[in-house]
Design a protein around this ligand. Sequence first.
Ligand SMILES: NC(=O)c1ccc[n+]([C@@H]2O[C@H](COP(=O)([O-])OP(=O)(O)OC[C@H]3O[C@@H](n4cnc5c(N)ncnc54)[C@H](O)[C@@H]3O)[C@@H](O)[C@H]2O)c1
Length: 434
Amino acid sequence: MKIAIVGCGSRHKMFSGSVVEDYADKHEIVALCDSNAHRLGLASKAVPKPGTNGVATYLAPDFDRLIEEQKPDTIVVATPDFLHSDYIVRAFEAGCDVICEKPLTIDLTRLKQILEAQERTGQKVMVTFNYRYSPARTQIKQLLASGTIGTVTAVDFRWHLDRVHGADYFRRWHRQKENSGGLLVHKSTHHFDLLNWWLNSAPSDVYASGRRAFYHPEMAVELGLSDRGARCADCQVSDKCAFHLDLEGDAELASLYREAEADDGYYRDLCVFDAEIGIEDTMQAHIRYASGVTANYTLTAYSPWEGLEIKFQGTKGDITHRHVEVHGVFGGERAHAGDEAVTTELHLAGEEPRMLDVPLGEGHHGGADPVMLGYIFDPDNMEPDQYGRASDHVAGGWSILTGIAANASIETGSAVNVQSMLRARGIRLAALGT
Ligand SMILES: NC(=O)c1ccc[n+]([C@@H]2O[C@H](COP(=O)([O-])OP(=O)(O)OC[C@H]3O[C@@H](n4cnc5c(N)ncnc54)[C@H](O)[C@@H]3O)[C@@H](O)[C@H]2O)c1
């Protein structure tokens, strides 16, 4: 496969590193594209091309020329979320397939553009839902699909982002809904995708609440940070702020972001307590699925610990899964540094509850990333995927619809029927499961 990557920030490294280090005999990165010349230069250094002047690089306005000159088969899209749709549509129109970072996109207008371009061109997009591939999450799919707890009836799902990982969404582009769709789209796309996949169904009705309860100016005052600056780099109270991100104290942050600022004014360390932040940090949704299952969902972004807790209630018993996660994000002190704990308890009616052996994987996101990369770049050497983990435009579309409906519900205060929402915008999306 001839691959071009657009968006050469932090996440693109997973793709470029994987191709260069593990799959160079099968695939080639033929070009890189970014709006920031500094980051583009850094990215190209990491893609060695023996005997040449290096991999071809293109600034964002030259993306179409990239396709014309380098003729990639596949475009990896790893830009900020609001830009995904534009690159997907242009890639499709030029005859390329796409591997897209989550979320597929952030709103209905852009979703419609992607679906129409897909129908017109027949090209494919794979959304990289790495969480599906973590062995612990695959085990749950297996348990539910085999009817271990009978018919699933109700779910309680809580995801906690801690004060390091959670805070990071309030520092940069994610902090405005027009860039990320808010956390109910940007982050919860993973969680709602897991629910859709686990339950083999799609959301039909969503009622949600959400507010910014922690990352706001009054909290800064409460924490004794009244003299805070607009960004960490020139903040007078950084020495007493638990959310201080030292761009210069970390070699990777310094080279990827601090030294690239002059090109585009992208500041990676804006104050998490800014008044102008437009996303919520406390969100709850009640979701009804087409299959009849109902789910309660909570996402917070300032928890003292990071991880997920989920309970599936079934007609024969229940499954309770808990994962204390520590992500390798930048800055802050972690309460659970180096510690990962995953448990799954099965409790069948009339029996004692028992802890299951949970398979664990090596690598990022609970062992998910390496497995997913294997299926993307070397599927012939992987076991057949009996769990249907690869996600296309349909799964990608459904995974954002719960969050888009939740955002609409927060705005209006009313429950949102997903099919009515789609009909009103003339969007046709194939059904998902039952
Ligand atoms: N699946 C996961 O676990 C996971 C983890 C992290 C990020 N992501 C996703 O990866 C994507 C990128 O996130 P990130 O953390 O790397 O962000 P980032 O800000 O580090 O990188 C984004 C890059 O896109 C570039 N860019 C901005 N505008 C552009 C344009 N018009 N054309 C081309 N390039 C442009 C920026 O200069 C930057 O280099 C997001 O969609 C995010 O949701 C997924």
